[in-house]
Design a binder for this molecule. Structure first.
Ligand code: ADP
Ligand code: MG
Length: 600
C-alpha cells in the first residue's frame, strides 16, 4: 500500500488529492485547496503546496509520516498578465454640456430657452432658462421665479448650484424642469440657447441623449449634428441634463493613439492598431496562429502594456526568456470624468483590455519539487502534464467516456484538451479567464474594489427594498424575519454566502447584471470556442461530442450555461464536471495525477 498526494498548482489555486494505492486499486481519501503562493511554476509555490498537503492529509485522517510520495503537475509555464488602456477621451473645450445625475432633480419635461441669471430676470424676455448661482435660498428663488411668471415671463427651466431642486419646484406656480448640484455654475454661459431635460423618476432622458433630438431643439445642420453626437452619447442613461449651445463651443470625442500591436507567428509578422477593436485584433491573431511572440510599438500605450506583462513574468521566472504566446483582446468601457465638464459629468470611454499569456523557455518545477521534498521529508515527483491530467480527472465524472474534450476554466488561462478514443491527448492554453472577468466588472462599474467585483461576479444581485425585504435580480421578493443591516438599506447588493454586501454604484440591478453577464460572455464564450477549435479534429467543433467543464470558474452560477448555450449550436453535449462523482469541477488535475501514477 502506498499513500500518495496529487498536487495541482494553478495560477490562483493549489489543489490536493490524497489516495491510497494498493493491489486492489485506488481509494481516494480526501481533498483540499488553498490559494497559490507566488507565481505559478516558481519556487515560491512551495509554502502553498506544503499547506495544502497537510490539510488534505488531516482531512483523510493520515499523518505526514505515513506519506510516500507527492505528485506535482508539470505546470505549463503559462502565466497571464492583464492590462487595460482607454482609447477615447471626451473633452469639452467650452461649456456646452451639463449631464450629470443629481439624485433629486426637480420637475419633469424639456425646457428650451435663453440662459439668464436670476438677478437679471427683470430685463429678460422669454423663453428663459434661469441660472441660480451659489448662495441663494430656495424660498427666495421660488418667490422670484413665481413673480417673474406672474409678470408674464416665459420661464421654461432652471439650473441651480445647490441641492434644492425639489424644494424650489414644490413652491412654483408652474411646473418646470430643474437641474441642481451644478458645481461649476459660474461657467454656464449666459445669453445662450439652452435645453434642460428632466425625466420622470425611474426613467432616463429621451431628447438630449439623442443626436437628432439635440439637432431638433437647436435646429442643427448635418455637420453640426455630427459634432454634437458625443454629447448625446455622454448623456445617455442620465435622468437629467443640460445642453447649452455656444457659438464656438466644442466637444470632441478624441481617439487616443494607443499604438500598434505586432503579432509574429506562422512565418509572418502582422500589425494591427489597438484601437481597431477586439474583433480586428483577434482576426489578425488568428492569421498568425500559432503565435510565437507579440510586441507593442515602443513609446506607445500598447508598448507599455505588453512590456509590463513581460517584465512581471521575467522577474517571476528568474530572468529566463519570455515570449507572449497568446493574447485575448476584449472591448470594454471605462466611466471617466469629462475634462472641462461643469458638474463632474462622466462619459463612458472606450477601452481595450488585453490578457497576455507568457511561456518561458524552461520549467522550474524541478526546483518546486525539491523544495517540497525537503519541507515534508518525502519524495516529490513531477507526475504529468496539466492538460492530460485534467482529462484523466474529468473521466471520473459519471456519464463521461472517450473521446472527450475538457475546458479548464481557471483564473489566468482557459485550457482545452482532447482525449481521443485511442488515448492520444492534445492540450492548449489560451489567455484570459476568471481574473479578467473580475477586472472588467471592476472597471466597467467603476467599483475600484477587487473584492466587491469578485462578489458581483460570483453572487446573484438584489435590491434591498426595506429592512425586511429584498427584490432578487429575477424580480422575486424575499422577506426576512430579522432586520437587515442598515448599511444595505435601499442599496444594490451582492448576495454572498456571508450575507448581502452593498455594491457602490449608481446603477440599478439590471444594469449591473448586464455588465456581469457581458463580461463573462466576452471572456469565456470567446475563449471556449477559440480553445476548442485548436484541439478539435480539423479545427471543426462539430467533430466534438462531449465537453466537460472544469476549474474554479466552472463553479460559477452562469458561466457553464453561457458556454453550453454557445456550443449547443455545434451539437456538443456540454456540462460541468463532477470529479469522482463528488468533487464537482474541482480537483481534476490533482486526481488525474494520482490516476496516472497508479497506471505506470
Ligand atoms: P487556476 O487553476 O488558474 O489556479 P482555478 O481553477 O482555481 O484557477 O480558478 C480560479 C478562478 O475561479 C478565479 O477567477 C475565481 O474567481 C473563480 N472562482 C472560484 N470559485 C468560484 C465560484 N464559486 N464562482 C465563480 N467563480 C469562482
Ligand atoms: Mg487549474
Amino acid at each position: 500500500m502506498n499513500l500518495v498526494v496529487g498536487v495541482d498548482i494553478g495560477n490562483s489555486t493549489t489543489e490536493a488529492c490524497v489516495a491510497e494505492v494498493g493491489s486492489e486499486g485506488v481509494s481516494y481519501l480526501g481533498t483540499a485547496l488553498t490559494a497559490t503562493t507566488g507565481v505559478k511554476g516558481t519556487p515560491e509555490n512551495a509554502p502553498g503546496v506544503l499547506a495544502v498537503v497537510r490539510t488534505a492529509l488531516g482531512e483523510a485522517g493520515r499523518t505526514i509520516e505515513e506519506l510516500d510520495t507527492v505528485l506535482l503537475n508539470e505546470a505549463t509555464p503559462v502565466i497571464s498578465g492583464l492590462a487595460m488602456e482607454t482609447i477615447t477621451e471626451t473633452v469639452i473645450t467650452e461649456s456646452t454640456m451639463i449631464g450629470h445625475n443629481p439624485t433629486t432633480p426637480g420637475g419633469e419635461g424639456l425646457g428650451v430657452g435663453t440662459t439668464v441669471s436670476i438677478d437679471a430676470l427683470d430685463t429678460a424676455d422669454g423663453p428663459v432658462v434661469c441660472v441660480v448661482p451659489v448662495g441663494w435660498d430656495f424660498d427666495d428663488v421660488a418667490d422670484i421665479l413665481n413673480a417673474a411668471i406672474s409678470r408674464g415671463l416665459d420661464v421654461v427651466a432652471a439650473i441651480l448650484a445647490g441641492d434644492d431642486a425639489v424644494l424650489v419646484t414644490n413652491r412654483l406656480t408652474r411646473q418646470i424642469p430643474v437641474v441642481d448640484e451644478v458645481s461649476a455654475i459660474q461657467k454656464v454661459p449666459l445669453g445662450m440657447l439652452a435645453a434642460v431635460e428632466v425625466a420622470a423618476a425611474g426613467r432616463t432622458i429621451r431628447t438630449l441623449s439623442n443626436s437628432y433630438g439635440i439637432a431638433t431643439v437647436f435646429e442643427l445642420d448635418p455637420d453640426q449634428t455630427r459634432q454634437i453626437s458625443p454629447v448625446a452619447r455622454a448623456l445617455t442613461g442620465n435622468r437629467s441634463a443640460v445642453v447649452v449651445r455656444t457659438p464656438s463651443g466644442d466637444i470632441t470625442d478624441r481617439r487616443i493613439p494607443v499604438g500598434e500591436l505586432e503579432l509574429r507567428g506562422a512565418g509572418k509578422t502582422l500589425r494591427v492598431d489597438l484601437d481597431a477593436g477586439a474583433e480586428a485584433i483577434m482576426d489578425t491573431l488568428a492569421r498568425v496562429a500559432p503565435l510565437d511572440d507579440a510586441h507593442g510599438e515602443p513609446g506607445t500605450h500598447v508598448g507599455g502594456m505588453l512590456a509590463q506583462v513581460r517584465d512581471t513574468m521575467a522577474d517571476a521566472v528568474g530572468g529566463a526568456d519570455v515570449a507572449i504566446r497568446d493574447v485575448l483582446a476584449v472591448d470594454t468601457f471605462v466611466p471617466a470624468e469629462v475634462r472641462g465638464g461643469l458638474a463632474g459629468e462622466v462619459a463612458l470611454e472606450n477601452a481595450v483590455a488585453l490578457a497576455a499569456m507568457v511561456r518561458t523557455s524552461g520549467s522550474r518545477m524541478r526546483l518546486v519539487a525539491d523544495e517540497v521534498a525537503r519541507g515534508l521529508g518525502v519524495s516529490a515527483e513531477i507526475g504529468g502534464v496539466e492538460g492530460e491530467m485534467a482529462v484523466l480527472g474529468a473521466l471520473t465524472t459519471p456519464g463521461v467516456d472517450r473521446p472527450v474534450a475538457i475546458l479548464d476554466l481557471g483564473g489566468g488561462s482557459t485550457d482545452a484538451a482532447l482525449l481521443t478514443r485511442d488515448g492520444d491527448c492534445t492540450a492548449v492554453h489560451v489567455a484570459g479567464a476568471g481574473e479578467l472577468v473580475t477586472k472588467l466588472i471592476d472597471s466597467e462599474l467603476a467599483l475600484d474594489d477587487r473584492e466587491i467585483a469578485e462578489a458581483v461576479k460570483r453572487c446573484p444581485l438584489a435590491k434591498v427594498e426595506s429592512f425586511f425585504q429584498v427584490r432578487h435580480e429575477d424580480d422575486t421578493v424575499q422577506f426576512f424575519s430579522e432586520a437587515l443591516p442598515p448599511d444595505v438599506f435601499a442599496r444594490v447588493v451582492a448576495l454572498t454566502p456571508d450575507g448581502p454586501v452593498p455594491v457602490d454604484t449608481r446603477h440599478g440591478v439590471h444594469h449591473v447584471r448586464k455588465v456581469r453577464r457581458e463580461a463573462k460572455r466576452r471572456v469565456f464564450v470567446v475563449n471556449a470556442v477559440r480553445a476548442l477549435r485548436q484541439v478539435a479534429p480539423g479545427g471543426n467543433l462539430r467533430a466534438l461530442d462531449f465537453v466537460v467543464l472544469l476549474g474554479g470558474s466552472a463553479l460559477d452560477f452562469e458561466i457553464p450555461d453561457l458556454i453550453a448555450d454557445a456550443l449547443a449550436g455545434y451539437g456538443i453535449v456540454c456540462g460541468t464536471g463532477n470529479v469522482h462523482g463528488r468533487e464537482g469541477p474541482r480537483n481534476a488535475v490533482a486526481s488525474g495525477l494520482v490516476d496516472a501514477w497508479t497506471r505506470r
